[in-house]
Design a protein around this ligand. Structure first.
Ligand SMILES: [Zn+2]
Length: 65
């Protein structure tokens, strides 16, 4: 059984399934893919895109230190 969380999609703020949340994926309405969202940034909202930029910075920091 899967659960739907209202207002939980990290990309559009819509309804989100528990399984996709666990996988770090936005909902199927705004992001109907099973790929790492940061690899398809043109499909992301500015809010989610900011998260990807933050992840890039962390990766960059880890490489340099
Ligand atoms: Zn969504």
């Amino acid at each position: 059984m899967k659960a739907i969380y209202v207002g939980s999609c990290p990309n559009c703020g819509g309804e989100e399934e528990d399984g996709r949340l666990l996988e770090g994926l936005p909902c199927t309405v705004c992001f109907p893919f099973k790929e790492d969202p940061c690899r398809l940034r043109e499909k992301l909202s500015s809010r989610f895109e900011a998260y990807c930029r933050f992840k890039d910075k962390v990766r960059e920091f880890e490489r340099e230190n």
